[in-house]
Write a protein that binds this ligand. Structure first.
Ligand code: A3P
Length: 284
């Protein structure tokens, strides 16, 4: 399989299949009731999708087994041929309120979402764990550019600026645009599910919330074929290289960054994040 190079769209490197589909993405007309789950890739998108789907369906365990997560909550900008379903075509056939996921930075989100004041659930993950997770993903997703050696990957992440731009872009707009801004590191605790529930104007009992916590735990999701991406053929996602649900921990970066790399990263981070005060935590 060919590892497609990323394509520059308005200064942002996007997957080839998304760039090819760009005019359709920008023309997408959301309904005011549409809800976007937005993340930088590998920040906990799938986890949030599963929580949302279960909240919508009263914690019914059958729900998360009925179809692949990409069909239950499709990917806004990916309209590629199978094996990954055509997100936009699928969206046309789903009745509002529709939920979809996106990895677009805020400046590339189709204008209709802002015009219609759609709800946006944003999930951010601390930079170092996000990077480690992406490093593994780029190895196993055989359509992505090769990640190369670890040290180069870290350099590229710092220079590329796209993580910094992503988390800051949504942070700066969160009040004005009514964005629910969440952190991966807080997601193991029930209050986050309650926050999402309230943001979506839903009301669910404590028992249902507890059930959702259980059904969306790392161990349950990793064994659920409809959540663990084993529905994507091995020629695309080779999970013998690295699992999609790989580790699911806070602070795994410590096993990858040398102290020297960590120091350089932290100094650069302080510069790139100097204009915001986003309360990330990087240890358990
Ligand atoms: P790791 O590679 O650190 O394990 P995304 O869904 O945005 O692609 O993010 C994938 C990351 O979220 C992976 O991180 C994956 O293991 C983690 N993840 C997915 N479901 C999870 C869950 N229920 N609990 C904790 N982490 C989860």
């Amino acid at each position: 399989i060919y590892r497609f190079p990323l394509v520059d769209v308005q200064g942002i490197p996007l997957m080839n299949s998304i760039a090819k589909n760009w005019s359709a993405v920008q023309a997408f007309r959301p309904d005011p009731s549409d809800v976007l789950i937005s993340t930088y890739p590998k920040a906990g998108t799938t986890w949030t999708q599963e929580i949302v789907d279960l909240l919508l369906h009263n914690g019914d365990a059958e729900i998360c087994r009925r179809a692949p997560i990409v069909l239950r909550i499709p990917f806004l900008e990916l309209n590629s041929p199978p094996p990954i379903p055509a997100g936009l075509d699928l969206l046309k056939s789903v009745q509002p309120p529709r939920f979809m996921k996106t990895h677009l930075p805020i400046q590339l989100v189709p204008e209709g979402f802002w015009k219609n004041k759609c709800k946006i659930i944003y999930v951010a993950r601390n930079a170092k764990d996000n990077l480690v997770s992406y490093f593994h993903f780029d190895q196993m997703d055989l359509t992505q550019p090769e990640p190369g050696p670890w040290d180069e990957y870290v350099q590229k992440f710092m220079k590329g600026k796209s993580w910094y731009d992503h988390v800051k872009g949504y942070w700066k707009e969160k009040e004005k645009r009514n964005i629910l801004y969440l952190f991966y590191e807080d997601m193991k605790e029930n209050p986050i599910i309650v926050k999402i529930m309230q943001y979506l104007d839903l009301s669910r009992s404590d028992d249902i919330i507890d059930k959702i916590v259980e059904l969306t735990s790392f161990n349950v999701m990793k064994d659920n074929p409809m959540a663990n991406y084993s529905f994507v053929p091995k020629a695309v996602f080779d999970q013998s290289i690295s699992k999609f649900l790989r580790k699911g921990e806070v602070g795994d970066w410590i096993n990858y960054f040398t102290p020297a790399q960590s120091q350089i990263f932290d100094e650069d981070y302080a510069r790139q994040m100097a204009d915001v005060d986003i309360p990330f935590h990087t240890k358990i």
